[in-house]
Design a protein around this ligand. Structure first.
Ligand SMILES: C[S@@+](CC[C@H](N)C(=O)[O-])C[C@H]1O[C@@H](n2cnc3c(N)ncnc32)[C@H](O)[C@@H]1O
Length: 222
């Protein structure tokens, strides 16, 4: 599948897939979206914890992992990060995104390590940040119940890849979360919110990143 590098409205880059007419990130701003949806309204809900376990659906360029690492070092808490990806982005394209330039230079070298390290095993990238990327389709992934505090659900949108938003996958995400865990996504579709509710999530609509009215979160239990 052809992938092109394109600029988004905040000046940060993303990948565009012409065949699907779909971007890896919001055209209104890749960096803004990742920070707002996944860091501010995902990871930071657990900022007072000593340790946070994160699962990312769709590791892609590694932007969310890089921003999570930056935050982990800033706050000094431990993070164990697992990203699943069926169709890896090659290292040259990941580096072409130039995401390292938006984080501290001490962290930027870790970005390349994330892309170069082997799949399907854990890597201790820093004293506080352990990292694993799974080369697998989410459909085939067998969840270990109650493993993660937060899930960054960063699949392609429902228009481009509707099957990623199916109740079967969302139920798998619910099982993966610990009680009190959080599912967070940029998507604000009514059908998603109804499906999350039917699975047992407590659903919240929050203001979206610049250019998007809303985003969605689902809490498991309480
Ligand atoms: C919206 S993009 C992800 C963006 C990514 N989080 C980033 O920051 O670059 C969706 C990702 O899901 C991956 N993907 C598509 N189908 C998948 C599947 N069945 N299982 C796992 N990953 C899949 C794509 O290859 C792509 O990397």
């Amino acid at each position: 599948m052809k992938r092109e590098v394109v600029k988004t409205a905040d000046g940060s880059l993303t990948i565009h897939i012409p065949e699907m007419n779909e971007n890896y990130h919001s055209g209104h701003g890749a960096l803004q979206e990742a920070k707002h949806v996944f860091i501010q309204h995902g990871l930071l809900e657990f900022k007072d914890r000593e340790e946070v376990a994160v699962f990312e659906m769709g590791f892609g360029t590694g932007l969310n992992a890089l921003l999570t690492l930056e935050n982990c070092l800033l706050r000094g808490h431990r993070v164990s990060y697992t990203g699943i990806e069926a169709f890896p982005v090659d290292i040259a394209m990941a580096k072409a995104m130039n995401y390292e330039s938006s984080v501290d230079s001490k962290i930027s070298e870790q970005f390349e390590k994330m892309h170069r390290c082997s799949w399907n095993e854990e890597h201790q990238l820093t004293a506080l940040f352990s990292f694993q990327k799974l080369h697998e389709k989410i459909e085939n992934y067998i969840p270990i119940n109650e493993t993660f505090d937060v899930i960054y659900f960063d699949a392609f949108g429902p228009r481009a890849q509707g099957e990623m938003w199916d109740v079967t996958i969302l139920t798998k995400m619910h099982r993966l979360l610990k009680p009190g865990g959080l599912f967070v996504t940029y998507c604000a579709k009514g059908q998603l919110k109804r499906d999350l509710k039917s699975i047992g999530f407590r659903v919240e609509s929050l203001p979206g990143p610049p250019g998007k009215r809303e985003m969605t979160r689902g809490w498991k239990g309480n």
